[in-house]
Design a protein around this ligand. Sequence first.
Ligand code: ASP
Length: 326
Amino acid sequence: MAKWALVAHGGAGVIERAHLRPEQDAAYREVMGRVAQAGAAVLKAGGAALDAIEAAIQILEDDPLFNAGRGAVFTAQGDIELDASIMDGGTLAAGAVAGVTRTRHPISAARAVMEHSPHVFLGGEGADAFARSQGLEAVEPSFFFTERRWKSLVRELERQGLPIPRRPAVAPAKEDARTALAHDEGKRGTVGVVALDADGVVAAGTSTGGVTAKRWGRVGDSPIIGAGTYATNAACAVSCTGAGEYFIRLSVARTICALVELKGLSLQAAVDQLVQRDLTKLGGEGGVIAVAPDGQMAWSFNTSGMYRARIADGEAMVVGIYKDDP
Ligand code: ASP
């Protein structure tokens, strides 16, 4: 039985120690640890990397602290359009959805595309309809609404001089206690998990609301196989977060895997090359997490923080937020 391992992120951005209240800091650490433990429980029981990833990402999608599922950012029209992708490094099977508005767990929709359709990538209403046909939970768009994201939208539209859409009529009037703990790490955020299971298979998954005030059906890197997500047992599994337009142009996730596979770089050297060198040089901001079939785990980010956690067979869990955390 191979050693299992799992790494999770909850988005990278302007996340500084001085900006988070102690209860916010504690809330993010608690949920990142809980997510890692939930994934680890699947792996410890001999479960598949894909199952660990889906279980862990569903928790993050349901938590309004993160820009994925409930708590996702709004488009300029005042809608929430969610993107997600997943990939199995053992078979190179992959699935993705973009612009879903009614599927509670976009990561599960991506997995259903991978496992139950002849396609890799579905978009918009069709993706929601497919998810429903697979028995996945459908919700009203208001399910994803949070007051603080609405306020961020209004601020961003004012900054850009764009019209402010009508506030959704069914939106909850007040922020709940959990949502009030959310930290504004900028216009973005994403969640992702990579895992190595006891059968030696690596996989990766990513889920996001994209970027605040996005227009024209904008889609970022998160649902794009090769950009925001990639997994191959020949190298590693990678999930990204950050300014999607840069990650797409650098094919970040696939390139990290190629550096490991074709150039023999260590996992940490490969993620650092893409993030600290290439992404930074191009002017992009963000971070990545990765795991390799031999159990190597790595993360790298060029922002002030990234919510993150890692855990492996026989190793103590590590949870971090800021640059100077371990
Ligand atoms: N990568 C996401 C996107 O561009 C956003 C983020 O991770 O911050 O849609």
